[in-house]
Design a protein around this ligand. Structure first.
Ligand code: SAM
Ligand code: DTB
Ligand code: SF4
Length: 333
């Protein structure tokens, strides 16, 4: 296959299945070739996550520690102070992150929450970080106000195929998800949307998810591929662990069919070896969440990632400098 393909939004499910089913090494080789046509090799974009409101979520996502429907033993927390968020964002920037992603366990933000999140976006943006939020469903006015405040990305995952969706979540529909993504796009923000593997789904569901993402009018700029972190007390606590090669296949196909998108290693890295992650980078993954916590579950800390990056010769993509940074550089030149 020619590495430098033009972007396609008309992938068929059959084409995606053929890519998915090819011999593993052929798939990874093609994915790495496509990757190098579109991105610099060995550069990984690093984001940091922070939960700004934890737990007691009214949604019933069967994988999630934060759903009020299950007894996951998670301690719920009220909204955290904007000053705390700013401190955490500065620390993330100092340790090499270029994007700060703030998540709230809401079905959707209430109007009373909007001044809080808008102020947060403005302040994090002023630090010279890219901003990302994941707050549940948005209406078009909320999306526009977030964009105007300086929000660069909105994360809203499709999570699995349309067919499997209702087996995992019953409190909203797949089309609700698409509606929010539409509002985010219409408002002019960048889209972060992907899914989870290891939910007990079939390969055809992973293919269905990839098909939905790659046939959107514009591919999401960022595509997180989470591997289920089993949470005690949730219905998926004891689901059979998915073989890691299936996660790699999902990443590789995402890279091939959405060649200009950042493919993100997300939840699940804690349970994966350095070699598994190296293979994921080989398959075209080029971004990840750093820090010792995701939203509620442990993550490979910065120290571990620095060792991994050094071992593999990887570097973090640089944050774009702010006007303040540029004038400091000019003074010290
Ligand atoms: N509440 C918002 C929503 O659902 O869009 C944002 C937060 S939610 C935690 C963001 C994503 O994290 C989910 O869409 C899912 O893909 C992922 N996620 C949540 N719990 C997970 C788990 N236990 N293992 C793997 N991924 C998980
Ligand atoms: C995404 O796809 N994965 C991140 C981010 N987007 C918000 C969240 C992962 C959460 C994993 C489970 C937890 O820590 O609660
Ligand atoms: Fe709520 Fe998001 Fe967790 Fe679903 S994934 S229960 S919407 S926090």
């Amino acid at each position: 296959m020619d590495g430098k393909m033009s972007l396609r939004n008309d992938w068929t499910r059959e084409e995606i299945q053929t890519l998915y089913d090819q011999p593993f090494l052929d798939l990874v080789f093609t994915a790495q070739s496509v990757h190098r046509q579109h991105f610099p090799a060995n550069i990984i974009q690093v984001s940091t996550l922070l939960s700004i409101k934890t737990g007691k979520c009214p949604e019933d996502c069967k994988y999630c520690s934060q759903s009020a429907h299950y007894d996951s033993k998670l301690e719920a927390e009220k909204r955290i102070a904007v000053e705390t968020v700013i401190r955490e964002a500065q620390a993330a920037k100092d340790s090499g992150s270029s994007r700060f992603c703030m998540g709230a366990a809401w079905r959707n933000p209430h109007e009373r929450d909007m001044p809080y999140v808008l102020e947060m976006v403005k302040e994090v943006k002023a630090l010279g970080l890219e901003t990302c939020m994941t707050l549940g469903m948005l209406n078009s006015s909320q999306a526009e106000r977030l964009k105007d405040a300086g929000l660069d990305y909105y994360n809203h995952n499709l999570d699995t195929s349309r067919e499997y969706y209702s087996h995992i979540i019953s409190t909203r529909t797949f089309d609700d998800r698409l509606d929010t993504l539409d509002h985010v796009r219409q408002a002019g923000m960048k889209v972060c949307s992907g899914g989870i593997v290891g939910l007990g789904e079939k390969a055809s569901d992973r293919i269905g998810l990839l098909h939905e993402l790659a046939t959107m009018p514009m591919h999401p700029e960022s595509v997180p591929i989470n591997m289920l972190v089993p949470i005690e007390g949730t219905p998926l606590a004891d689901v059979e662990k998915l073989d890691v090669t299936e996660w790699i296949r999902t990443i590789a196909v995402a890279r091939i069919i959405m060649p200009q998108s950042y493919i993100r290693l997300s939840a699940g890295r804690e349970s994966l070896s350095d070699a598994d992650q190296a293979l994921a980078f080989m398959a075209g993954a080029n971004s990840l969440f750093s820090g010792d916590k995701l939203l509620t579950t442990p993550n490979a800390g910065e120290g571990k990632d620095q060792i991994l990056f050094a071992k593999l010769g990887l570097s973090a993509e640089k944050a774009k400098p702010t006007i303040a940074d540029l004038s400091i550089d000019a003074m010290s030149a």
